[in-house]
Design a protein around this ligand. Sequence first.
Ligand code: NAD
Length: 272
Amino acid sequence: LIVHVQRAATLLQAAQRICILTGAGVSAESGIPTFRDKQTGLWEQFRAEDLASPDAFERDPKLVWSWYQWRRKLVHDKAPNPAHHALAQWQESAETSKSHLTKKQQLTLITQNVDDLHEQAGSTVIHLHGHLWRNRCNQCNASYHYKSVDQKSTLLNNSKENNSKDVINFDDELITCQHCGGYIRPDIIWFGESLPVDAWQTAEQAAANCEVFISIGTSSLVYPAAGLAQLAKQNGATIIEINPNPTPNTIVDITLAAKAGVVMPLLLDQIL
Ligand code: NAD
């Protein structure tokens, strides 16, 4: 592993434009299960793909809402792990040259995750698949969201006493929109829905223009996000993958086959 990390670090030190895509695996060491991990209790019998879709919400909004409320309960007290911290530190150094980097680097961090652990670690990140801590009306699109991590915990603590409709609690009861009466749903991009245009354009541009593309903790099965590595490769980038398990990604140049929380601090040690 160390030899491969050194090879990757040499490439990354010389690069000026780096694009990083993270998936559920980067948050696994924080205790947030990936979709392909075994789910617990009631949710064992469902596949995530069958719940995270507009059809599922249409068919049974209560079931889908309950699943997300369960996911929120699971995620709300989780903290960034060494991989999130290493990425945030690298981003800061890349922007300010506060390190052994001889020049500034343009480091674009893109995530498929809906948790906010990158932000909690201090990163600026592009969310391709939306945010677990935001909601919107399924009918009129009105936003119902937590404005900050701090406010999130306050709202969660007060949720039992506070009956305001734009306060999200962990209850399974469906909430209706105060403007149009439609159901409130998580502001997450479900299977079959289009990605946010701005986020996708920025991600595509960063992938097409980077010299090195790093794929961290993603199974590379969910498109279009999985296509970003291919786009980078077609434009001449070197592809690095960090994942303890093999993936169908056949265009990888350097595989760092270990957990992100182990590899990222090692890599950063060599780069900065
Ligand atoms: P995925 O579940 O398909 O794949 C996770 C990948 O992470 C696997 O290849 C696995 O081998 C790898 N992995 C597991 N532990 C790891 C570790 N410690 N370090 C590095 N890699 C590790 O996830 P995906 O590719 O992100 O795509 C599925 C969808 O799941 C995405 O759309 C995402 O929004 C959603 N999702 C998000 C979260 C989250 O926000 N934390 C959690 C579960 C699923």
